[in-house]
Design a protein around this ligand. Structure first.
Ligand code: ATP
Ligand code: MG
Length: 590
């Protein structure tokens, strides 16, 4: 597991406490086997990252195993595109799965387990309509009404279930239900659906099946089949836990009656040999991650993509893992974030600023520095010879000398930021203004001697003189200047496109829209700002797509993974500004 990040050093969460206790008691003989079980019906989002870090982190910390299991029991919404993206995202986060099964791998086994349930008198085929089933389920206050088909004989149920499988029946004609308790206080236990008929092609099994197992039936049994020990999911599954237990316990009970398998001895032997047999998995729930200013639900994210509010799943404004990756977030920063938010049992909202703080901290250590002018205006240095070029060696990373230096050429004309010049600057403005002297980072002192404006009064060009004594940006023992500005040689710089992103939504919680609105009404059409005429250092010419770096004084950026072409076309995404909004938020909170 070479790729796996180091174990965290921090207090243990409640799940680790449970595992410690299980290990003390010798349960599972010290084995820890978790799984991360996405449905391949969308791309993973940052909420999934929390679950990934937890499940894979447990396997790492306890020398256990973690499966990446695709929960693919809903043929209509699933797709191989999603399967591929999920694998890519989990690997990118730095985790390696031990097994990568699909729930659909178990369709045959699950089918025979369902037959077993029927033979045990624990399941029946119900011919009530969907409406009738709903009406007869009862409410929280009132018990449900038993189906008139509930007491069919085992033989009749078996025959009907086999007909369901053979394709003789239409969608919705009947379902297989667990026979539990129509008066159970937990509505989930009122004879839940186990199998439904769906004549639809599945992305992996094609048309082999026309019945598909339901989530609750599939999930616990897949865990048992794989020998999972701790099955961790989010709080909304708390009510499903008794049903999870019922499915797993019923299987365990059934496995004690090999005679029920009859001609399916081979299936029995296979199931009875599984690590989960007699050592069943248990489900534990933790709080899902919510982040301010965004939505974390695949249904909503799909809508953003399909309605064209964003450029795709990996749009850098999307809270998807692929969006964060394209935006320039590092796996380290996302893992650090998941570490810092911890694992608890109470839902909470995490400020997006914390995620930004994590990526800033990581990139501050690791990102090379360059100069880039976002909003250029030309500065002409009148006393600098036209054909002269100075080459300055400037450190790539002040946090780490081993990064070395890059060569930065200086010429008579350079680009500076429009915002770094004011015609009539106030005292506290330490940048350029008429007659003011400033430092061009790593190069020279320059003093403004004049400027040109257009008809509207916009500055079109600034003139200055430089002091040859200040070569390298200092005069030993000489006068000092207050301001330092970044710059790019006009003759040698590269023209680049910079994409600045701000929050995709205009409000803190798009999940709770005002009456008459939906979350898409809060999409900010100005959340992407494209600066198509920026100038950057020539040292960036061959930068590979996906490279993280800092534009000095501006922010952290990353060469776009799709549109940037080394040596040809330079496109940079702003990951985050340098400003530490998190510190501000913390201060506000007191
Ligand atoms: P969504 O509600 O976004 O569609 P989901 O729960 O349906 O998500 P799954 O593919 O079923 O998506 O999720 C795989 C695993 O990730 C589940 O165990 C689920 O509990 C967990 N998970 C999903 N969203 C979050 C979240 N916001 N925080 C933590 N874990 C999550
Ligand atoms: Mg789900």
């Amino acid at each position: 597991m070479s790729n796996t990040p180091d174990a965290p050093e921090k207090g243990k969460d409640f799940i680790r406490n449970i595992i410690d206790k299980d290990n003390e008691n010798g349960k599972y003989e010290g084995r820890v086997h978790t799984r991360f079980p996405p449905e391949p019906n969308g791309y993973l989002h940052i909420g999934h990252a929390k679950s990934i870090c937890l499940n894979f982190g447990l396997a790492r910390d306890y020398q256990g195993k973690c499966n990446l299991r695709f929960d693919d029991t809903n043929p209509v919404k699933e797709d191989v595109e999603y399967v591929d993206s999920i694998r890519e995202d989990v690997s990118w986060l730095g985790f390696e799965w031990d097994n990568n099964p699909f729930a659909s791998d178990y369709f045959e086994k699950l089918y025979y387990i369902a037959e077993l349930f029927i033979k045990m008198g624990k399941a029946y085929v119900d011919h009530q309509s969907a409406d009738e089933i709903r009406e007869n389920r009862g409410t929280l206050k009132e018990p449900g009404v038993e189906s008139p088909y509930r007491n069919r004989t085992v033989e009749e149920n078996l025959e009907l279930f086999r007909k369901m499988r053979s394709g003789e029946l239409k969608d919705g004609e009947c379902i297989l239900r667990g026979k539990i308790d129509m008066a159970a206080p937990n509505v989930m236990l009122r004879d839940p659906a186990l199998y439904r008929i769906k004549h639809a092609d599945h992305h992996r099994t094609g048309d082999a099946w026309c019945i598909y197992p339901m989530y609750d039936f599939t999930h616990g049994l897949s865990d048992a089949i794989e020998g999972i020990t701790h099955s961790i999911c989010t709080l909304e599954f708390e009510n499903n836990r008794p049903l999870y237990d019922w499915c797993v316990d019923t299987l365990m009970e059934g496995l004690k009656q090999p005679e029920l398998f009859g001609e399916n001895e081979a299936i029995y032997n296979e199931l009875a040999a599984l690590p989960g047999f007699n050592n069943r998995p248990y489900q534990y729930e933790f709080a899902r991650l919510n982040i301010s200013g965004t939505v974390l639900s695949k249904r909503k994210l799909i809508q953003l993509v399909q309605e064209g509010h964003v450029s795709g799943w990996d749009d850098p404004r999307m809270p998807t893992i692929s969006g964060f990756r394209r935006r320039g977030f590092t796996p380290e920063s996302i893992r650090d974030f998941c570490e810092r938010i911890g694992v608890a049992k109470a839902d909470s909202m995490v400020d997006y600023a914390l995620l930004e703080a994590c990526v800033r901290e990581d990139l501050n250590k690791r990102a090379a520095r360059y100069m880039g002018v976002m909003n250029p205006v030309k500065l002409v240095i009148e006393n600098y010879p036209e054909d002269q070029v100075d080459e300055f060696e400037i450190g790539l990373n002040p946090e780490d000398e081993s990064y070395g230096t890059r060569t930065v050429p200086f010429t008579r004309e350079v680009w500076i930021e429009r915002d770094d010049f004011m015609i009539d600057p106030p005292k506290k403005f330490f940048r350029m203004g008429p007659d003011r002297e400033v430092r061009l980072r790593g190069a020279y002192y320059v003093k403004c001697t004049g400027f040109e404006t257009d008809a509207d009064g916009n500055v079109t060009e600034i003139r200055a003189t430089y002091d040859p004594e200040s070569k390298g940006g200092w005069i030993e023992g000489g006068r000092k200047v207050k301001g330092t500005m970044h710059w790019v040689s006009a003759a040698k710089g590269l023209k680049a496109e910079v994409r600045n992103y701000s929050n995709l939504f205009t409000c803190e919680n798009p999940n709770a829209p005002e009456e008459g609105k939906t979350f898409v009404d809060y999409v900010d059409p100005h959340s992407l700002e494209v600066l198509s005429e920026c100038y950057v250092e020539p040292a960036m010419a061959d930068m590979a797509p996906g490279t993280n770096f800092q534009f000095e004084r501006t922010g952290y950026f990353c060469a776009d993974s799709k549109d940037h072409v080394a040596g040809e076309k330079w496109v940079f995404n702003r990951t985050t500004t340098l400003r530490d909004t998190w510190a501000k938020v913390k201060k506000k909170m007191g």
